[in-house]
Design a protein. Structure first.
Length: 553
């Protein structure tokens, strides 16, 4: 009966002239029957669209019922995503989330923020974001603490989902530590490749996520050749495909980036200079080459003996001479190419043939006045046991072996060769070497001809001290650096790490050690030129003493 009444109301609302069921009409209406249903008309000629009215009424009833009446399931558990494992912010947290409800939809989201664990202390209580699926919260965060978002969703029927949790994000506001960078030394001959290694950085909170390197020319503030590039977690890099300039220095910088994205301070290598691949060598010209003995390319100590740089014997040319020490009256006549201390000098010959070898030397006695010579490691009899009475007691020229004609070396091919000198008798000092095709037996005079030019990179051979490596505070000490190169050279001297004399063209420096300097000190000499701007260094320890009472001034 109630249903019929409701139907009647709906039909009369939408169709005032329609026929309605007899059960709800007054008796005066004419009764009609159709398909077992009793209807009453509204008068002659009235329309009877009863089937349409039935379906329309049913649709209206269904549309009018509440939408949530059939939604008895909660939304899905929210999937919560924060901004990663670590954050460098100390004031803000952010997260996004998703949830679904196919019946009545999502009506509201709410979130909490907890610390230390998903069940930890609540630092932000339930906060609504409406239907927004993200939240940003400004708050005070603590270093090293992990924070978690907790999110729940409500549907149109008022049902709440289970709680969804983020994975947690940890606060790291401190950058990683610095590294120490090492390149491949003072020089390289490659014009396309640089290589460096570095120590591992430390980051106690989020760890090191990656390293980045940079290459600059000339200095840490110089032209950028390669800008910051990641190496992942590798602690070395080899960069190829570069266009490097001979004579220029390059530094490699490295910095660490931690898990929170913070970048540590950059550290740089001490620089590596590109040198010509052509070896540094003295140049023979017009059948002659002249070499200062202290400008050697290699010194090889053997059998407890070595060639020492000294400036104690007066009359040397250049900055000093090379002396076979210690002087214990030892002589080596056989097997000397592999058993005797050796000096090596690189020479580029443009002219082949026989060269006569002259040596300017000095020895304190007849037991200290002979030497062997050779070429490219061979020891020909034509240049062994060169001796000279003119070497005792001061510097003079000689070219005669003890048992034959003037000493000679045969140069059979042009190009680079190595001149070898081997000790025969210890105590001999060698000051200068002359190779010439002229067979004249007339010895050079004085210090002889000027030293031949040298191509290639700057070479620093030896650091000299006079007197020796022990000095009286009252007298001071003169330091001299032996260097050779194709460009004008500058020199700088340091004592115990502090600059004692700044860059100058003078290869010598006299240190007037104060009385307060009594004791052991480290002296260092540096050389550079336009082709090798990164200083090449030599150093040793010296001892400053008080002059004994009664010593001459």
């Amino acid at each position: 009966m109630i249903a019929h009444r409701l139907f009647e109301i709906l039909v009369r609302w939408f169709f005032p002239n329609a026929c309605i069921p007899v059960a709800v009409q007054r008796p005066r209406i004419v009764e009609r029957r159709a398909r077992g249903v009793t209807w009453r008309g509204c008068g002659h000629g009235a329309s009877r669209p009863w089937r349409a009215m039935l379906w329309i009424g049913l649709a209206v009833v269904l549309a009018a019922r509440p939408a949530f009446a059939a939604d008895t399931t909660a939304p899905t558990t929210p999937v919560v995503t924060d901004d990663g494992t670590f954050t460098s912010s100390s004031t803000s947290l952010h997260a996004t989330w998703t949830a679904k409800d196919p019946e009545s939809g999502i009506a509201e989201y709410r979130y909490q923020i907890r610390r230390d664990a998903v069940s930890g202390t609540t630092v932000v209580d339930w906060t609504s974001t409406g239907t927004a699926a993200s939240g940003t919260k400004t708050l005070t965060l603590q270093q090293g603490v992990s924070y978690f978002f907790v999110v729940k969703a409500k549907n149109g029927a008022g049902l709440w989902s289970a709680l969804g949790y983020s994975n947690g994000i940890t606060v790291d506001t401190t950058a990683p530590g610095a590294v120490t960078v090492m390149d491949d030394g003072a020089t390289t001959t490659s014009t396309t490749t640089l290589h460096a290694t570095w120590t591992a950085a430390t980051d106690a909170e989020s760890g090191v996520a990656q390293y980045q390197y940079q290459i600059r020319q000339d200095s840490t503030a110089g032209t950028i050749v390669v800008d910051w590039t990641s190496t992942g977690t590798a602690t070395s890099v080899t960069k190829s495909g570069l266009t490097l300039t001979v004579g220029k220095s390059y530094v490699i910088g490295v910095r660490a980036v931690n898990g929170a994205g913070l970048t540590g301070a950059a550290a740089f290598s001490d620089g590596i200079t590109v040198q010509s691949a052509t070896p540094s060598a003295f140049q023979e010209s017009a059948g002659q080459v002249v070499i200062e003995a202290e400008h050697f390319d290699a010194m090889i100590a053997r059998g407890g003996k070595l060639w020492a740089a000294e400036s104690n014997t007066a009359g040397y040319s250049g900055v000093g001479s090379m002396t076979a020490l210690p002087n214990t009256n030892v002589g080596i006549d056989t097997g000397y190419a592999t058993t005797s201390p050796e000096l090596q000098y690189r020479v580029t010959f443009a002219t082949t043939g026989t060269y006569y070898i002259w040596i300017r030397g000095a020895g304190p006695s007849a037991n200290d006045d002979s030497i062997h010579a050779g070429l490219d490691g061979t020891a020909p009899a034509s240049a062994d046991r060169i001796s000279g009475p003119s070497w005792v007691p001061g510097f003079g020229w000689a070219n005669t072996p003890a048992d034959g004609p003037p000493a000679t070396l045969a140069v059979s091919t042009t190009g680079l060769h190595t001149l070898n000198l081997w000790m025969r008798e210890d105590g001999l000092s060698v000051d200068k070497i002359l190779l010439r095709k002229d067979s004249s037996t007339t010895a050079p005079t004085g210090a002889g001809p000027s030293e031949s030019p040298r191509t290639g990179a700057l070479v620093v051979s030896a650091l000299f001290a006079a007197p020796a490596t022990r000095a009286y505070a009252e007298d001071g000490m003169t330091l001299s650096l032996s260097a050779m190169g194709p460009k004008p050279i500058e020199y700088q001297f340091l004592v115990d790490g502090a600059v004692a004399r700044a860059w100058s063209s003078n290869p010598s420096y006299t240190w007037a050690a104060p009385i307060a300097a009594i004791g052991r000190h480290t002296v260092e000499a540096q050389a550079r030129d336009a082709q090798t701007p990164t200083p090449v260094k030599q150093s040793f320890d010296i001892y400053v003493l008080h002059k004994p009472v009664g010593s001459p001034p």
